[in-house]
Design a protein around this ligand. Structure first.
Ligand SMILES: O=C(O)CCC(=O)C(=O)O
Length: 284
């Protein structure tokens, strides 16, 4: 029996085959269609495992994104003395602004501790043994700023980092650059990867983690990575949430505990999953 002609067409763009009948789904049906394979959670998780990073599109849904953007901006505007310059190895890095202890500054950001599907991918990457490595960190890289750090890897333990993009990040707006697959390598970046002033050189094969506001970059922190200069006129605002396995202590790489999760944030959690994420062995 020859295939039947379509019984109806509504002018949607996504042809679907049902038995011998090809139909076109109308707009309101598109929301329930499966994601393209390259955007599905299993595919992205595999990419994270194999090449060390993946970008989850639209990871912060509207209107949550709009609310977090507004709250981030008001923290930048009002935090005053809490704005901490960050300039390791950079000639202009002092222009950057860090919002350390972001979960302390505004509990509205707690949602970024465990927002799926990005959180689920981080959880899988750590085989389910996942706790917070720090207390949330906001970062503004202003337009015109040099890279605020050069090529490095973060360790010594196997951490997984979420970079929540609050702005569109184009290639000239200071995106993170990564070397695919380098999280499997024994060595970190060689000294020639950075100029004497700490600015990163271009490394053949590097990829720029560009994306849209609301996307989330997930990476193993053992991957070779760097910030890149923001040659645009617009600032880049991101939020970092870093996870570790429960057996490791929190990140305290500056020795002053300012990146660690506070006792107050841990104590106010009521949702079991967040209580577990905050069940830390080192709080300030
Ligand atoms: O800002 C970036 O794009 C990357 C920053 C980074 O990796 C770091 O601060 O350790």
């Amino acid at each position: 029996m020859p295939p039947r002609e379509p019984t109806f067409q509504h002018g949607g763009s996504h042809p679907v085959t049902t038995g011998h009948t090809r139909v076109r789904l109308v707009g309101y049906n598109r929301a329930v269609q499966p994601l393209p394979e390259s955007q599905s959670a299993p595919w992205l998780s595999q990419q994270l495992d194999r090449i060390g990073y993946c970008l989850v599109p639209g990871a912060i849904p509207q209107p949550l994104l709009a609310e977090l953007q507004e709250r981030f901006d008001s923290l930048l505007a009002n935090a005053g003395k809490q704005m901490i310059p960050h300039a390791p190895g950079s000639t202009q890095g002092a222009a950057c602004i860090e919002l350390t202890g972001l979960f302390d500054l505004d509990p509205a950001f707690d949602v970024l501790m465990d927002l799926d599907p990005a959180f689920g991918m981080a959880e899988r990457a750590l085989n389910g043994d996942i706790t917070l490595n720090q207390g949330g960190l906001g970062h503004l890289l202003p337009g015109g700023a040099e890279a605020h750090c050069g090529w490095h890897r973060d360790g010594p333990n196997p951490y997984v980092r979420l970079t929540w993009l609050l702005d569109d990040v184009e290639s000239d707006r200071g995106p993170t650059a990564l070397i695919p697959g380098s999280h499997h390598w024994a060595e970190g970046p060689p000294s020639w990867a950075n100029a004497e002033n700490g600015q990163p050189h271009h490394i053949p094969g590097q990829v720029l983690a560009t994306g849209r506001a609301g996307d989330c970059l997930i990476n193993h922190t053992k991957i070779w990575h760097t910030n890149t200069p923001n040659t645009s006129t617009k600032g880049r605002k991101v939020i970092w949430v870093v996870f570790k396995r429960s057996c490791f202590k929190q990140w305290n790489d500056r020795g002053d505990g300012k990146y660690t999760l506070s006792r107050a944030v841990a104590a106010r959690q009521t949702v079991p999953r967040r209580q577990q994420l905050c069940a830390v062995d080192f709080v300030r």
